[in-house]
Design a protein around this ligand. Structure first.
Ligand SMILES: Nc1ncnc2c1ncn2[C@@H]1O[C@H](COP(=O)(O)OP(=O)(O)OP(=O)(O)O)[C@@H](O)[C@H]1O
Ligand SMILES: Nc1ncnc2c1ncn2[C@@H]1O[C@H](COP(=O)(O)OP(=O)(O)OP(=O)(O)O)[C@@H](O)[C@H]1O
Ligand SMILES: [Mg+2]
Ligand SMILES: [Mg+2]
Lengths: 254, 254
């Protein structure tokens, strides 16, 4: 059984990468063979696990634009047993202009992933803060969308556009696409605005909101600098406990 | 004398919008006639000042793609005396595909702004978290780039790409472009990583780094929900004092 989860939100800095790198590690540590796919030109998921990313020759960009290259050609191991990575590079910034006008431009990632589905129980896709061709590829390839939302005014305002885009993808290209859940991230327990916006998010989304909330924690911010997930970097921290709990919810929903 | 300052950093959520909305207000309150230009499809600067943004008919998208529309046709007042706004809308997401292949696609904003330069002492441009056509237009149109950087590992890693892009714009389209300064934002005084990364930023950039640091403050996160700048919302808060001090540095450098 294979589940493809795309982490998406066009608002910047809401914890997409932090969520992608930690839920993929948690799934792998639980024994699920997991693939983390980085499609962001900024390659933050890639640099969070790879020691010398500048040495990577072929990335997801080559795989999506060269029919001779399969994802297997570019897969990398990580220090997490059972977790593999498809790396990204800045060349992904050219994807939209390279594929403009191609009839299958929205299906490239889905087509390439098809061949890997029998090898991985979970495929997690980290996306850039845009709703362009890259993110659309990730939505077309997905079984589920996980939406991290930071409880702040500017973060909440983009939610309509995101939901509209998901709806369009369902109608045009991926009718089975579902929202796995909305994840409240970067929650600052001390602030009133956080609580107000959380209530608003729960009003709008109802049971779609995960019970687990990821609170602001320095350890989560530090761990990518050491190329580790939170589970080896700070296994008893709130970040580790929360992402572990989140993965339990994910497994029960997916 | 007219100064165009583009706020840019392709990393998401580093305080580009928070900086744009507050330095433009500070300049206006100091008596400088100021124009805030929103070119981000997410229109966060727009929604931070405009009560009913959905009622805006023509935005920067129409001005950049229709030769009959001037920026004057779409300028809006704000509640800040002396501060005007050029609004954005989600339609800006189509700019790249609309202008693809046009020889002047990188110069559209510069050409449109030319006519307004004698009317405003400062023009502040808020950009999306990408290094695509929109941000390049904002860099080609600018006298200066102001770079907000959040002191965290993932935020620091994208700096090379940003500097490379600025260099390319200088060589190909805007030889007078300068970096006004690097602004450390979202500084969390309690964390060690913040201090480490700040030292690294100062090592790399030297005196380019502004003396003023913007620390994390709930009031800065709340004020856009009330469509106010920090200066009326919480005039005695650290956010107000820091952005006021930053504007003194900007005026002395620009
Ligand atoms: N719960 C948390 N506690 C503390 N810091 C966090 C937390 N989640 C994320 N961060 C930090 O906040 C910043 C933004 O997070 P992250 O890069 O994961 O967001 P993103 O949505 O992937 O951003 P982008 O839109 O640029 O891709 C990073 O520096 C990250 O380390
Ligand atoms: N100094 C600060 N203290 C507290 N919150 C802040 C501060 N600066 C920004 N924020 C909040 O952090 C979030 C990200 O800031 P902001 O939207 O200004 O960044 P951005 O770089 O414009 O993001 P994007 O890349 O999505 O355009 C927002 O919710 C904002 O209100
Ligand atoms: Mg990211
Ligand atoms: Mg912004």
């Amino acid at each position: 059984k294979n589940t493809v989860i795309t982490i998406a939100n066009q608002k910047g800095g809401v914890g997409k990468t932090t969520t992608a790198i930690n839920i993929s590690a948690a799934l792998a540590f639980k024994g699920f063979k997991t693939l983390l796919v980085d499609v962001d030109p900024q390659a933050n998921s890639t640099i969070s696990y790879v020691l010398n990313p500048e040495k990577i020759e072929k990335s997801i960009y080559e795989a999506l634009t060269d029919s001779n290259i399969t994802l297997k050609d570019i897969i990398l191991n990580t220090t997490v047993p059972g977790l593999h990575l498809i790396p990204s590079k800045i060349s992904m910034a050219k994807l939209e202009s390279t594929l403009l006008g191609e009839i299958d431009s929205y299906y490239r990632l889905k087509d390439k992933i098809e061949g890997l589905k029998k090898e991985y129980e979970y495929i997690i896709i980290d996306t850039p803060p845009t709703l362009g061709l890259i993110t659309l590829n990730a939505m077309v390839a997905a079984s589920y969308i996980l939406i991290p939302i930071q409880p702040s005014y500017l973060s909440l305002e983009g939610t309509d556009d995101l939901l509209e885009t998901i709806e369009k993808v369902k109608q045009r290209a991926n009718p089975d696409l579902k929202i796995l859940g909305v994840l409240i991230t970067l929650h600052d327990k001390r602030t009133v605005i956080s609580k107000d916006v959380i209530n608003k998010i729960k009003e709008v989304f109802g049971p779609v909101v995960f019970k687990t909330i990821i609170t602001r924690s320095v350890r989560l911010e530090e761990s990518p600098a050491y190329k580790e997930s939170i589970f080896t970097f700070a296994p008893n921290s709130s970040g580790a406990i929360q992402y572990k709990n989140l993965v339990e919810e994910i497994i029960s929903r997916a």
